[in-house]
Design a protein around this ligand. Structure first.
Ligand code: NAG
Ligand code: NAG
Length: 309
């Protein structure tokens, strides 16, 4: 895994993590009555520095604490422990349209008694615990996901996605995550990550904004859909953002990626880094994405400091 991250110095850590980034992925707009935007809270775990959010899934709804992964590919939760109980869970069958949304799926079975994470004729996708970069194979399934809508200022009425797709992982993959966490929320640019699934369920632009808390005592937020993004009363942060293009990396270096697969993470074109007024002496070839996908500057919420060639 190699990248030149702007997090190599504290000035840029602050720059990257205190700004509100807007990710404009594409703008597909469908017409019908829908919430204009959705919102999730973000907290920083003091022990691991992981960013956590809370979202409800299943019937009856269970509040889940999940690690936010900006470059994540699949939504996954442990289905074995704590035991997954829901009357609305459905395994995604091999060859189904749901299965086709994931790339590189295969057909799996299970010898145990049927349960979420153990079904025959089920679509299997690779999940990834991106904190320690462990990938695993898990059954694809769907269930109700609920989160609050917003007018840009306050959380409003809860809305649901009836057949939200996710991968069943195992409690083994939770070991290095913050305590109480049962999975990960992906914000990557795949067709099955959270922004794409929310945008196709509610017909708003495939766009989100994230404000990460700088400490365990402050709070952050993720908006899905259009602004305003009122973090303070009557101050729309979307009006004061600084913009830079997102770069695509032709080859993913993520652990769960398949050979030659394009990256679904977010890269920006950092040209130089100054600390105070001093230009950091850095071989600028590190800042360029190479043809094998290495190098460049990746935005990440799970790997804080990483510099490689
Ligand atoms: C899967 O099929 C096999 C063979 O028919 C069967 O023994 C097993 O119990 C089934 N597993 C589930 C989870 O239904
Ligand atoms: C910068 O790095 C590249 C690739 O690692 C290397 O070929 C080049 O010589 C380096 N340039 C300098 C000025 O160190």
């Amino acid at each position: 895994m190699a990248m030149a991250s702007p997090s190599v110095n504290s000035h840029n850590v602050l720059f990257i993590f205190s700004l509100l980034f807007v990710f404009l992925l594409s703008s597909l707009a469908q017409q019908s009555f829908r919430p204009k935007a959705l919102v999730l809270p973000v907290a920083k775990d003091g022990r691991t520095s992981q960013y956590l959010t809370r979202i409800h899934q299943r019937t009856p709804p269970v509040p889940l604490s999940l690690v936010v992964d900006l470059g994540g590919r699949h939504f996954w939760v442990a289905c074995d422990k704590p035991k997954y109980i829901s009357s609305t869970f459905r395994p995604s069958r091999c060859g189904s349209a749901q299965c086709a949304l994931g790339t590189h799926s295969y057909c799996g079975g299970c010898n145990g008694s049927p349960a979420p994470g153990c079904n025959n004729n089920t679509c299997v996708l690779s999940g990834e615990e991106t904190v320690t970069r462990v990938d695993f194979n898990g059954d694809l399934g769907s269930d109700v996901l609920s989160l609050p809508s917003t007018d840009g200022s306050n959380p409003g009425r809860m809305v649901s996605v009836p057949q939200f797709l996710f991968v069943c992982g195992y409690d083994l993959q939770l070991e290095r995550l913050a305590s109480g966490v049962t999975g990960m929320v992906p914000l990557g640019s795949t067709n099955i990550a959270l922004p794409a699934q929310l945008s196709s369920a509610f017909g708003f632009p495939r766009k989100f904004a994230i404000c990460l808390p700088s400490s365990a005592t402050s709070s952050g937020v993720i908006f899905f859909g259009d602004g305003p993004y009122n973090l303070l009363p009557n101050i729309d942060e979307s009006q004061s953002l600084t913009y830079t293009p997102l770069l695509s990396n032709p080859i993913s270096t993520s652990a769960a990626a398949f050979v030659g697969e394009p990256s679904y993470e977010y890269f920006i074109g950092v040209k130089s880094i100054t600390v105070g007024d001093k230009l950091l002496s850095l071989n600028s070839t590190l800042l360029t994405i190479k043809s094998n996908g290495l190098g460049g500057t990746k935005l990440s919420t799970v790997n804080r400091f990483s510099l490689g060639t």
